[in-house]
Design a binder for this molecule. Structure first.
Ligand code: IMP
Ligand code: MG
Length: 423
């Protein structure tokens, strides 16, 4: 298995949580490197549904260690709640299976409040964020005014720093006409969470390097997807971290030459939640998937926007991430269709385009060009081997891999752990 980076090749929600859970069987340590509780993974094991936001889904496998790296932004109250929730579901969470970076930045209530106010102010131009405070938290990190997990372990120092930050942010909130935060309330909630979290906090860079020395295999769990990357995505309709493969290095302190393999996860179609360009968006496929009860967000419950598979996007994702292998999920979502469209390229002002324009206005004007292939109109949810898939489904998957220019290695035909085909 070696050291593997798993990334989303589309706009997030590709089903990474399920693939991570599956791959964790072979890994020793599962590591998050970016994002925060804007992410949401739904994993179903033995009929029980687990929804995770910050803690890697590897936590569901006994004997595995999960690491939340320095590049993640952590809402301390949220992560403490997630630990408690898991324990209620019978999953023990201790320092043996969860380690949190002392350098990870905190998401605090003023980040959430400002996220919300900025979105309100933008009106119809809003980004459609998860309102979890992710953008303002990374903003503070870059501006060097953030508070980190290690501060939480020092209540006195934390309180002083927090008081300064609340003063500044209350002034900002006032300009939005929003109510100020009460320092004591924020401090008390954080310190309670801090006490709960202190046993998990350490220098995860050193921990991970010790794992490497011992030959333990690392699996890097990407959150969100390539086109939500702050640098490579459809800016400004992106999240605020590097969701692409490079983020796994900076967000954990594990150097590039120790990474062996990049797996790109993509749906057999495309979805996106929140605003921003989406060339292959299609109302019919949206209605069909929503009608099946599929494609509602794990974090916000929002209905996701749906569209046909976009090979222009996934090919670009292949480049940016260096995708070696592909995991295609949600194949079963297309089971009922008589014919399926695949976007092979776009046209822009009459010219053929095979990489997504970085200019947002141009991307919005791109017209997808489709090839149409026959569907299989057979349930695939019970397939466990490649040869159990209908021939048209096999051809469809082979075509997606060919267009993306990577090797197909995993196909998922349902949310359960067993509904996974390995090639
Ligand atoms: P933020 O990350 O909450 O700032 O949201 C920025 C954009 O990223 C919005 O379009 C969100 O819907 C999207 N986003 C953030 N996290 C996820 C995710 O885990 N899956 C899918 N979309 C996400
Ligand atoms: Mg998700």
């Amino acid at each position: 298995m070696a050291n593997t980076i798993l990334v989303g090749a589309q706009w997030g929600d590709e089903g990474k949580g399920k693939i991570i859970d599956f791959l964790t069987e072979k890994a020793d340590v599962v590591v998050r490197s970016q994002g925060g509780n804007n992410a949401g993974h739904t994993v179903i094991v033995g009929g029980t549904k687990y929804v995770l936001h910050l803690i890697p889904s590897g936590i569901l496998r006994p004997g595995k260690t999960c690491v939340i790296g320095n590049g993640v932004v952590i809402d301390p109250v949220a992560v403490a709640g997630e630990i408690d929730g898991l324990e209620k579901q019978g999953i023990a969470v201790t320092h043996d299976n969860l380690i949190i970076s002392d350098c990870a930045h905190l998401v605090l209530p003023y980040h959430r409040a400002i996220d919300e106010q900025r979105e309100l102010k933008k009106g119809k131009n809003k980004i459609g964020t998860t309102k979890r405070g992710i953008g303002p938290a990374y903003g503070d990190k870059a501006a060097r005014v953030g508070l980190r997990m290690r501060d939480l372990c020092q209540p006195e120092l934390f309180s002083q720093k927090l008081a300064d930050r609340i003063e500044e942010n209350n002034a900002l909130l006032q300009t939005f006409g929003a109510p100020p935060l009460v320092f004591e309330e924020v401090r008390d909630a954080c310190l309670v969470a801090g006490e709960r979290l202190t046993p998990f906090i350490e220098n995860t860079v050193v921990y991970l390097h010790n794992c490497l020395k011992q030959g333990r295999e690392l699996l890097f769990e990407g959150a969100q997807g390539t086109f939500l990357d702050i640098d490579h995505g459809t800016y400004p309709y992106v999240t605020s971290s590097n969701t692409t493969a490079g983020g796994a290095c900076t967000g954990t302190g594990v150097p590039p030459h120790r990474m062996d393999n990049v797996i790109g996860v993509m749906k057999a179609y495309t979805t996106r939640v929140g605003e921003g360009p989406f060339p292959t968006e299609n109302a019919e496929i949206s209605d069909m998937l929503h009608g099946m009860g599929r494609e509602f967000g794990a974090t916000t419950g929002r209905a996701r926007r749906c569209g046909w598979f976009d090979a222009v996007a996934t090919r670009y994702a292949g480049m940016v991430n260096g995708i070696d292998e592909l995991a295609v999920t949600n194949l079963d979502g297309l089971d009922t269709l008589a014919s399926i469209k695949i976007c092979t390229h776009y046209t822009l002002d009459g010219k053929s385009v095979d990489v997504p324009p970085t200019d947002l206005a141009q991307l919005t004007q791109c017209v997808p060009v489709y090839e149409e292939v026959p569907g299989w109109q057979t349930p695939t949810e019970n397939a466990r081997k490649w040869k159990e898939l209908p021939p048209n489904a096999q051809s469809y998957l082979e075509r997606l891999a060919e267009l993306t220019d990577a090797r197909l290695s995993i196909v998922s035909v349902g949310p359960n752990r067993e509904q996974t085909i390995v090639l």
